[in-house]
Ligand binder design. Structure first.
Ligand SMILES: [Fe+2]
Ligand SMILES: [Fe+2]
Length: 278
């Protein structure tokens, strides 16, 4: 069981819409890390004045302390009320998780505020690229998500579902089937992950799964470009965008919290039924 931080924040009076930013896979220290992209992403994110910034790991390339310090020097410049960070498989190389804990705190996070519950879990294992959550943590997850909330977000570094355009499938957590059932029981609305640097969205039964790209590295697959995710969480409509540093943003997914109707944009064009008009 990983150590966990848990806190409650934010005013009790909800303010809508909320702006959430999801960034991932900085890979600081890699020759493919582009400082200029990270600098630009920070400026853009701060201009958005987000309520919450979520970071799903691979902060570093090899888990070295100097890489962690570099990643932290950037993340510390994000101007937001809450920054929630979990590690990725690259961060768990070379016993890097001890540096994660020293610099960012515990490896799993729980946050309650603004009508939201956000739970992030370390899905990594030392020096291995695959991920899993594990049966031992299911009751813990259910307890955390039992907290009253209007919208529940689960985040992990690895994938819950396969993502097109990522090559041979070996990126889904080993216990994905059981975990999906747990998340359904928990009433999770949105799952956020990173890892393969390809933005994509799925709807699965009553929840949505959104993968983001690498925010600031050229560890890219195919024609992908560095990007991060912006989520505008309205009273009913949730808009999810891919934002490209220095460039514009594109709609990735729009869904209704009440009906779960959705549209998403993929390479072959829009998919899904139109959202319910407000
Ligand atoms: Fe990565
Ligand atoms: Fe990864």
């Amino acid at each position: 069981m990983t150590a966990t931080s848990s806190h409650t924040s934010g005013p009790t009076t909800r303010r809508r819409p909320l702006t959430l930013v999801h960034i991932s896979d900085l890979h600081a220290g890699s020759p493919y890390f582009v400082p200029n992209l990270m600098e630009r992403a920070i400026v853009e994110i701060n201009d958005l004045r987000p309520d919450l910034v979520l970071v799903t790991g691979d902060l570093t390339e090899m888990g070295f302390r100097q890489e962690y310090l570099l990643a932290k020097s950037y993340l510390d410049r994000l101007d937001c009320p809450e920054l929630l960070v979990i590690p990725g498989n690259h961060d768990s190389r070379n016993v890097g998780y001890v540096h994660f804990e020293a610099l960012f705190g515990e490896r799993s996070v729980v946050w309650h505020g603004e009508g939201l519950t956000v739970v992030g879990v370390d899905s990594t294992e030392p020096d291995l690229d695959h991920g899993h959550i594990g049966r031992a943590r299911y009751p813990w997850l259910e307890e955390r998500f039992a907290h009253p909330a209007e919208f529940r977000i689960f985040m992990l570094h690895h994938h819950l579902l396969p993502v097109p355009g990522t090559g041979r499938e070996r990126n889904v957590v080993y216990d994905a089937g059981d975990l999906i059932e747990v998340l359904q029981r928990c009433g999770v609305d949105l799952v956020l992950s990173g890892h393969k640097h390809v933005p994509y969205a799925w709807r699965l039964e009553r929840f949505f799964v959104v993968n983001t790209g690498t925010a600031c590295s050229l560890r890219l697959r195919g024609m992908m470009k560095p990007c991060y995710t912006v989520i505008e969480l309205g009273e009913d409509v949730v808009d999810v965008f891919r934002k490209y540093p220095f460039h514009g943003r594109e709609s990735l997914l729009t869904f209704s919290r009440s009906s779960r109707e959705f549209t998403k944009s993929v390479a072959g064009g829009p998919v899904g039924r139109p959202k319910t008009e407000e």
